[in-house]
Design a protein around this ligand. Structure first.
Ligand SMILES: Nc1ncnc2c1ncn2[C@@H]1O[C@H](COP(=O)(O)OP(=O)(O)O)[C@@H](O)[C@H]1O
Ligand SMILES: [Mg+2]
Length: 497
């Protein structure tokens, strides 16, 4: 492969945003039929590099080549003319246009007159079907979920018929089945001789897809691995500059502990059926399952956000159903939804205010807030969770995703919670921050006797942190297994049978 001319090459590119140096002297190449993954912690410079390659940004210094010829891109349209297209990390679609319109507008960037609108829908559908079978091309983009929007962006990039495709964290919001379709699609692209740069925090998919893996750290190229060299340990070590810290939490025996929550025959029409399980004091119970397996719906129902058709709970020895989330919160059962950014965070408020929000009345309420007292308490929790921040009065948006998540967890620890249900708590967070959060969860169960339900699409994560794992499939509980007694294959099999 190395004897040919690469279809794309960046030599010694650097990029600064004012005083912020995002990339220093980075060189990467891409061959025909190659999938080249770029890995790195949050802020390593991956998206910046991709934005240089697709013409969204211009390098401060360095040179790009297509087929060995030097090129300079003023706009994404220039890059597209050289056969380069990106499915960006951030959603960048027109919400009020249909899926089909968005796909075709992208494919004919800047040349709307060339679009044959009568053929638009069928052509868009063709591209869409390669990555998804459920989205209706005539729907408006604003009606779609975040994951579906991500898939539309991928179809839009594919529709340009580009030779070089860039996928910037495409799977961060996808469920297992959607992810599988996408990975298979990228494998097909490569077999057809097209090439891709691929970015993901999910190291197992990086290993599966890649012909080469390049690691960035603090804007610099810190190493290149073959798929054979790319063990989880090797990748984490390169990205972080040191060997992985926590890794899996040690196995422990929780079988003798008392039950804090028992769910009995809980059912909701079309969502889940006859769900029963128990959660012990100080336990981390993982919930695994495929798309539509009813995991989130079940959690919302336990939390009182929706009403059960049948069944009930025993919570701390009392039979009950929560009629509203407020009731659940007051009793000490908390649900942290998946869309951390949309539902969990108030971007205009400070770190301290965001953390203390549900407990503000304790500090005098919003208007007469006793700031020093509030900050002292938040600071204490932040230290215990090893959160990194500059000042607690900075806006919460100044933190990395992993640190935001720590403060959202801290928020609920300011109340006396007994049970915390977390929906995809580490989605889109880099590996080391993920291990840190897992260590925090473990510590909370040990120091506070908190019981935690972790819903996750990453089986690897559940196998790292959970004491037991409950597997759901099509709304039903297929089994609960001890972590020590199962593997990824075991979990998948349980879900499928
Ligand atoms: N438009 C911008 N203005 C200022 N700083 C930026 C901008 N884009 C990225 N950065 C900074 O550049 C660094 C690399 O960011 P990014 O490429 O997004 O990292 P990654 O994709 O690896 O998470 C970070 O420190 C980020 O804050
Ligand atoms: Mg990025």
């Amino acid at each position: 492969m190395t004897s040919q001319t690469p279809v794309f090459e960046a030599r010694s590119v650097s990029k600064s945003f004012g005083p912020v140096v995002a990339l220093t002297d980075v060189s990467v190449s891409l061959y025909a039929g190659e999938v080249h993954s770029i890995i790195g912690e949050n802020g390593a410079g991956k998206s910046t590099l991709m934005n240089l390659i697709c013409g969204k940004l211009a390098p401060t210094s360095g040179q790009l080549y297509v087929d060995g010829q030097p090129v300079r891109f003023g706009t994404p349209k220039d890059a597209q003319a050289h056969g380069i297209a990106i499915a960006p990390q951030e959603i960048n679609l027109v919400p009020n246009l249909t899926v089909a319109e968005n796909i075709m507008l992208g494919a004919h960037a800047g040349n709307v007159a060339a679009i044959d609108w009568r053929r638009t829908r069928s052509e868009a559908a063709r591209h869409l079907h390669q990555v998804d079978h459920t989205i209706d091309p005539s729907m408006r983009v604003r009606e779609l979920s975040k994951a579906q929007q991500q898939l539309v962006q991928i179809a839009r990039a594919a529709a340009t018929e580009a030779r070089i495709l860039i996928f910037d964290e495409p799977t961060a919001t996808l469920t297992y089945r959607e992810e599988e379709t996408l990975l298979a699609y990228i494998e097909t692209l490569a077999q057809e001789g097209r090439s891709a740069f691929y970015i993901s925090h999910r190291l197992d998919e990086v290993r599966r897809l890649s012909h080469r893996i390049t690691a960035l750290r603090d804007g610099a190229h810190v190493g290149e691995l073959t798929p054979e060299q790319a063990t989880r340990e090797a990748m984490v070590t390169l990205m972080a500059g040191r060997p992985p810290k926590a890794g899996a939490q040690p196995i422990r025996d929780i079988t003798t502990r008392e039950t804090v929550l028992e769910v009995q025959g809980l059912s909701r029409d079309h969502e889940f059926e006859d769900v029963s399980f128990n959660l012990r004091k100080g336990e981390i119970l993982g919930v695994s399952g495929l798309v539509g397996s009813g995991r989130t719906e079940m959690a919302k129902c336990i939390f009182g956000a929706t009403k059960a058709d049948k069944g009930g709970l025993t919570f701390r020895g009392e039979k009950t159903v929560f009629k509203s989330p407020l009731e659940a919160i007051q009793a000490g059962l908390i649900y942290l939804p998946e869309e951390r950014k949309q539902e969990g965070i108030f971007p205009l408020l400070s770190i301290a205010e965001n953390t203390a929000l549900p407990t503000l009345e304790r500090f005098g309420g919003l208007l007469h807030i006793r700031n020093r007292e509030m900050i002292a308490e938040v600071e204490d929790l932040a230290k215990r969770m090893k959160a990194k921040f500059n000042s607690l009065t900075d806006p919460i948006t100044s933190l990395s995703g992993g640190n935001q998540q720590k403060f959202i967890i801290a928020r609920w620890l300011m109340r006396d919670a007994h049970v915390l249900i977390m929906d995809e708590p580490t989605r889109g967070i880099d590996v080391n921050a993920k291990f840190e959060i897992q260590a925090v969860l473990r510590k909370l169960t040990e120091e506070r006797g908190l019981s935690i339900i972790v819903i996750s699409s990453e089986m690897e994560e559940l196998l790292d942190v959970a004491d037991r794992i409950l597997v759901m499939h099509e709304g039903r509980v297929k089994g609960v297994v001890d972590r020590a007694e199962t593997t990824q294959e075991g979990l998948l099999q349980l879900a499928m049978t």
